[in-house]
Design a protein around this ligand. Sequence first.
Ligand SMILES: Cc1cc2nc3c(=O)[nH]c(=O)nc-3n(C[C@H](O)[C@H](O)[C@H](O)COP(=O)(O)OP(=O)(O)OC[C@H]3O[C@@H](n4cnc5c(N)ncnc54)[C@H](O)[C@@H]3O)c2cc1C
Length: 404
Amino acid sequence: MKGSHVGLFEGDEKVVVKLMAGEEANPNPNGLRNDSNAIKEASNDYGNIIHEIPSAVLYPSSVNEIIDLIRSSNNGRPAPFTVAAKGRGHSVRGQAMARGGVVVDMTSLSKIKDGIGIRVSGNYADVGGEQLWIDVLRATLEQGLAPVSWTDYLYLSVGGTLSNAGISGQSFLRGPQISNVLELDVVTGKGDFVTCSPNRNPGLFFGVLGGLGQFGIITRARIILEKAPTRVKWVRLIYSDFSTFTRDQEQLISSNAPNYVEGILITNENTTNEWRSSFSSPSRQSDIVSLLKKQGILYSIELVKYYDSQSANTIDKDFQMLLKELNFIPGFIFSTDVPYFDFLSRVGNLDSPQGPLESHPWLNLFVPKSRIIDFNAGPKNLAARGCLWHLASRGCLAGALPAE
Ligand SMILES: Cc1cc2nc3c(=O)[nH]c(=O)nc-3n(C[C@H](O)[C@H](O)[C@H](O)COP(=O)(O)OP(=O)(O)OC[C@H]3O[C@@H](n4cnc5c(N)ncnc54)[C@H](O)[C@@H]3O)c2cc1C
């Protein structure tokens, strides 16, 4: 609820006065804090570009504390505070900050024993908004189940990605993460605790999903689960021609046959060494580098098909059928076969314990199919370290220009 006018705890008047006077309150791990560590952390994010200084940070030890905070803000304060929920702070433009207001650090809810946590029940899981997707993956896999739509990076909070969209190479088939939610508990801007779903308070439900934190704080999300596959066939294919690259992507997503499709622009040698190309052997990487030097730019499709013991006998044949239709450079195919968990957690944990040490400008764009050729002719040069393409839906590519 960045920009909404809320205040601090009614029962914490003394703390409020101290905070407003700029004095440091006791840095208890929970509750309302304004010690320098709390303020420093809450005034930065992964982007490390925007720095908004809050008056205080709430480390809630219950959902009720969030409700109290927001209710007290509605109790006729003359100078209301802004409130912003913060998950992992992986925004890049200060979206989880609150200048002069209160940042609610949701991650402290994950440390309490009687919180929502991650509760798996059949075809869904009830998950606290503060939980990380990597933990949702671990907990659901224990029951042989998993959510169907992911982000590439899993050290992001459920509330944070559901306030955006949550996209990865599964989105063309399963929709973004916000399309795979059955129900939410939300603390609204008035401090009401409301359960919503497509049939119950639908306005709030659809407002909060993808709502950039402006319509309430998600404290629980009911996420759709399916039987988890056990392994994945995973290939990277190299192209030198952009039209052939996009045509093959379209062909793949129209077939609905793969479980995951992404693409990347290989603009310099560094790209070939990054995690995205990590399963090419060093000798094959040098082949790619030689080709890159000749062509100036290369394109790569990353393609995955899931399988389990029941489909293990047919997976190779099915995969060959898929590849037969494609027009990548002959011989430039790099394959591996890994457990499902290893595939989904392939990016690992990129977070430094000290927080971001460098700035990370990052731009996600959805480009209509009709303009994708123009896009290739222009902004690709901005992506000095490569450009990641998500096939968000048919006829629309999402280009992410990552950090410098
Ligand atoms: C290295 C990296 C990789 C990424 N990869 C992907 C990817 O593959 N796919 C993708 O879709 N995105 C990706 N992102 C972007 C990411 O999804 C968003 O930045 C997301 O917001 C991060 O979640 P967070 O927990 O850090 O949220 P924050 O940055 O903490 O918050 C983001 C927004 O959500 C709001 N918010 C946070 N928690 C809640 C809550 N419980 N209730 C209501 N609002 C809340 C905040 O106020 C803010 O507006 C990536 C980002 C980084 C830095």
